[in-house]
Design a protein around this ligand. Structure first.
Ligand SMILES: N[C@@H](CCC(=O)N[C@@H](CS)C(=O)NCC(=O)O)C(=O)O
Length: 245
């Protein structure tokens, strides 16, 4: 792991930032080896992984010469600049690029908190017997609602993609927070993905547009999430309607 034969991305498809990075790599056909790091098996906590990435998170990029880069947004920016990818992914124009950066920064403290806060506390933590908080999940519903308002009325107010007329790395990172909400179908309480997205027509159209623009890779990186959703629904059934939350 410390000296890969070629540039390698460590990831798990159940992780939203991982899916965004792998989707970008596939859409731009970058010569990067994909290495699954199973969060379920806690591979990110193994001694070998921590030697490479002491933060113990996915995604993480390791280049052939040993250079290591954590953090999805940094990885996306770096790869877009290091490799010759089409300009729309991370535009050279300073102000256009600044808009992409603004959307990337915005997503972390808004959309990600709102979506991941619900999925973790209502599905993943209870399913894996870890501590969850209904109070945090409830707060996350409000954060997501505000984030969707911002997406609808600011980021998508007058353009088909969040930072302009073409797809960029910001669209990839933001949409992954929303697609993980499908796991809420396995939740024992709280609103579903459909219920939360229903009032936001522009967001729905943008999701369909972003998916269409990135197929067939979009569906491929979501296969695992669909399996995880099915497992969550089975788990919900096995709880016989009893709420553990
Ligand atoms: N800010 C980081 C977040 C990375 C992150 O939290 N990854 C999660 C999966 S979504 C992870 O690796 N969790 C494993 C752990 O914390 O042990 C990014 O955008 O890359």
């Amino acid at each position: 792991m410390t000296h890969p034969q070629r540039d390698t991305i460590y990831f798990d498809f159940v992780s939203q930032p991982s899916r965004a990075v792998v989707l970008f790599i596939r859409c731009t056909a970058l010569p990067i080896k994909e290495q699954v790091t199973s969060l379920g098996r806690k591979t990110q906590r193994s001694k070998e992984y921590l030697t490479m990435d002491p933060l113990g998170k996915v995604p993480c990029l390791q280049e052939e010469d040993g250079f290591v880069l954590p953090e999805s947004c940094a990885i996306l920016r770096y790869l877009a600049q290091r490799h010759k990818v089409a300009d729309h992914w991370y535009p050279a124009d300073l102000r256009h690029r600044a808009n992409v950066d603004a959307a990337l920064d915005w997503h972390h403290w808004s959309m990600r908190r709102g979506a991941a806060g619900q999925v973790w506390n209502r599905v993943l933590a209870p399913m894996s017997g870890q501590k969850s908080s209904e109070e945090v999940a409830e707060g996350a519903v409000g954060i997501l609602e505000q984030s969707l308002q911002d997406l609808e009325h600011y980021w998508l107010a007058s353009t088909p993609f969040v930072a302009g007329n073409d797809i960029s790395i910001a669209d990839l990172i933001i949409i992954m927070e929303l697609t993980q909400l499908q796991m809420l179908e396995g939740a024992l309480q709280g609103p579903s993905m459909e219920q939360q997205l229903a009032p936001f027509g522009k967001v729905g159209a943008w999701m369909r547009r972003t998916q269409a623009e990135t197929e067939p890779h979009f569906s491929a990186v979501h296969q695992m999430l669909q399996r995880a959703t099915k497992n969550a629904i089975k788990w919900k059934g096995s709880m016989g309607g009893r709420s553990k939350l």
